[in-house]
Design a binder for this molecule. Structure first.
Ligand code: SF4
Ligand code: SF4
Length: 369
């Protein structure tokens, strides 16, 4: 009797199953091999979608709507008409847009934006202060808004914060700089804030005394609002729209002759903006973390704000959560896990709630006060 003849029907069934299994495994491996490039695309699409969910769809749409409202003039240029004024349905909220123009805003919006409305409080503060007048309203907003609402405007409304969030949606793996690097770079914003305020007080004092002429001539373009002349948001919201309006740049034609006539300050500003936007592809909110003086000033007064977040020890016993998602997902590199239990007092927190959205134990809650 041969070995095949001696096999029982049960063994035969097992053998044929094994053969079918091996055959299917081969097909699977071949499909996986052939679809490798497409799977990468799928991975990145999934990551982009996850990221979209991570910053929470609600926040994203609020940021988008506010970005459009704050740059409403540009929308009317693109569309060729003003939908807020032409649609009876939207007419009701049309008043919102010009209203922004009169209130110093608790986030960045450089003065002189030809495509938008409003001015950020730091710009208002420096402009008014440098003209020798005490900036009551801008200073009041700089104190009161963060003391009540923290830096929620940074997380939910600031148009330049939104631009950086959009950059971080690209399918590029974001990096987390080491703590030492992050801490070192974080001090830049306080240095910029200090220099900006120093210039403002100095210029304001000389203007008040009526002896500011020579000083203003020496400062040149920096005599208006010191930081706006260099800031990437100033380049994004003021310089580029102005250059476009003057026909220097256009999406259709490259005007090399005009571009070559630009001075070093324009080139410096454009390169600075490009660096920040490129950095934002790899690190979340680099400008907010390290450079923005508006954020630095808001952070000083938002430390003990009424609105904030709190970590509950009952849901996160002993801080033993292995994933540490709250900390890893924080765009401002706030060390949530290292903060004491309960209310988080940190001037860098922009109340974006990404930590709350990502916490697997639902241990983070919003508190007021
Ligand atoms: S830190 Fe500055 S740029 Fe960032 S969101 Fe706040 S105001 Fe805007
Ligand atoms: S601690 Fe939470 S709410 Fe604050 S910035 Fe980080 S992720 Fe956003």
């Amino acid at each position: 009797m041969t070995s095949q003849e001696s096999e029982t029907p049960r063994e035969k069934t097992k053998q044929s199953r094994r053969t079918v299994g091996q055959f299917l495994q081969k097909i699977k491996l071949s499909i996986l091999e052939r679809t490798r490039p497409y799977r990468r695309i799928h991975y990145w699409t999934k990551k982009a979608f996850d990221e979209l969910l991570a910053i929470r769809i609600t926040r994203f749409f609020i940021q988008l709507i506010m970005f459009l409202l704050l740059n409403w003039v540009a929308i009317t240029w693109i569309l060729g008409y003003d939908p807020l004024l032409s649609s009876p349905l939207l007419l009701g909220i049309g008043w919102l847009v010009p209203t922004f123009g009169y209130i110093p805003l608790p986030y960045v919006m450089p003065h002189g934006n030809p495509a938008g409305t409003g001015v950020g409080f730091l710009d208002a503060l420096t402009l008014i202060g440098a003209s020798g007048v005490f900036p009551y309203l801008a200073l009041g907003i700089a104190l009161l808004v963060p003391a009540i609402l923290g830096r929620s405007f940074c997380g939910w409304i600031c148009p330049f914060g939104f631009v950086q969030d959009v950059c971080s949606l690209t399918p590029i793996r974001t990096r987390t700089p080491s703590r030492q690097t992050n801490d070192n770079l974080s001090s830049i914003k306080y240095v910029i804030l200090g220099i900006t305020l120093l210039f403002t007080v100095w210029l304001g004092f000389w203007t008040f005394l009526g002896i500011d002429e020579a000083f203003r001539t020496t400062l040149g373009p920096f005599a208006t609002a010191f930081w706006s002349v260099l800031s990437p948001e100033g380049t994004f919201f003021v310089l580029i729209p102005l250059l476009a309006l003057q026909g220097h740049i256009s999406p259709y034609i490259t005007r090399w002759g005009l571009m070559l006539s630009w001075g070093p300050l324009i080139w410096f500003r454009l390169i600075f903006l490009v660096i920040i936007l490129l950095l934002a592809l790899f690190v979340r909110r680099p400008y907010c973390r390290w450079i923005c003086p508006t954020g630095a000033l808001l952070g000083l007064f938002s430390r003990f704000s009424l609105l904030g977040i709190s970590r509950r020890p009952a849901e996160c016993p002993g801080g033993s959560c292995e994933s540490q998602r709250c900390q890893k997902e924080c765009p401002m590199a706030v060390k949530v896990m290292e903060a004491p239990w309960g209310r988080l007092y940190n001037g860098d927190c922009i109340l974006c709630l990404d930590c709350r959205a990502k916490c697997p134990r639902n241990a983070i809650e919003v508190v007021f006060p």
